[in-house]
Design a protein around this ligand. Structure first.
Ligand SMILES: CC(C)(COP(=O)(O)OP(=O)(O)OC[C@H]1O[C@@H](n2cnc3c(N)ncnc32)[C@H](O)[C@@H]1OP(=O)(O)O)[C@@H](O)C(=O)NCCC(=O)NCCS
Length: 196
């Protein structure tokens, strides 16, 4: 799949195994920025890039149709040094049945400086596009109920479908599922100069 970089200076492309260290850096920084007060501080203190990098390398290597990872790369040095990975995302088949939605957005994280530039929308569109290409027409995302980023999913047309209690890092939390019954409009959100 072709990279798309302009006019924003940020390219969205499929992740490679050698992106894993940069993906782990975004993962750890974004968790430490997003989740204080939502999940236990000790879990955030203990987060480490090396194990995260191993997980992202295996996700990037999997490369089966309808699953994988995308990265947002700051090719033009807009918010970071040129070539820096500033956003990460992963997707695949759903892990928990939610009505009859087949796919799932597994992860979506940006560095703080990269927020508010349409990168999250482009990563969601790129994931939707790749799921559709593999015949996955619908998908959900699970998000902590108290994470303000859930309004982003509502802005992108996600419909609130379910709520569930989870036990994570020795804490009792609540997650909400948002769903897109037809991924086509979401995939088209990147239309314009970025269309492939
Ligand atoms: C959620 C996240 C990926 C959004 O990415 P982003 O690049 O900042 O969002 P975009 O610039 O693409 O925004 C797209 C639209 O959603 C809106 N939006 C983004 N974040 C929002 C929020 N927290 N609340 C309300 N609206 C939001 C934008 O205003 C924009 O609306 P517009 O179409 O009217 O311009 C990013 O904020 C992030 O990484 N958050 C921390 C990690 C996280 O919580 N991930 C989700 C885990 S489930």
């Amino acid at each position: 799949m072709t990279d798309s970089a302009f006019p924003s200076g940020i390219a969205i492309r499929e992740a490679r195994a050698d992106d894993a260290p940069g993906m782990a850096r975004v993962h750890v920084q974004s968790w430490r920025s997003t989740y204080p007060g939502l999940i236990p501080a000790q879990f955030l203190v203990n987060l480490a890039e090396a194990p995260a990098a191993r997980r992202w390398a295996s996700i990037a290597e999997a490369r089966a149709p309808g699953q994988g990872a995308l990265v947002a790369v700051d090719v033009a040095g807009v918010v970071a040094a040129p070539g820096t990975i500033v956003g990460i995302s992963s997707f695949g088949t759903r892990r928990v049945a939610v009505q009859d939605h087949a796919g799932e957005f597994h992860a979506l994280y940006l560095l703080d400086d990269a927020k508010g530039r349409g990168i999250g929308r482009r990563l969601m569109a790129g994931m939707a596009d790749r799921m559709l290409a593999a015949g996955i027409r619908s998908a959900v995302v699970w998000c902590l109920r108290d994470n303000p980023s859930r309004w982003f999913y509502e802005r992108l047309g996600g419909i609130r479908l379910a709520e569930r209690p989870i036990r994570f890092a020795a804490a009792d939390l609540v997650e909400i599922a948002y769903g897109w019954r037809d991924l086509t409009p979401l995939a088209r959100l990147s239309a314009g100069p970025e269309v492939r």
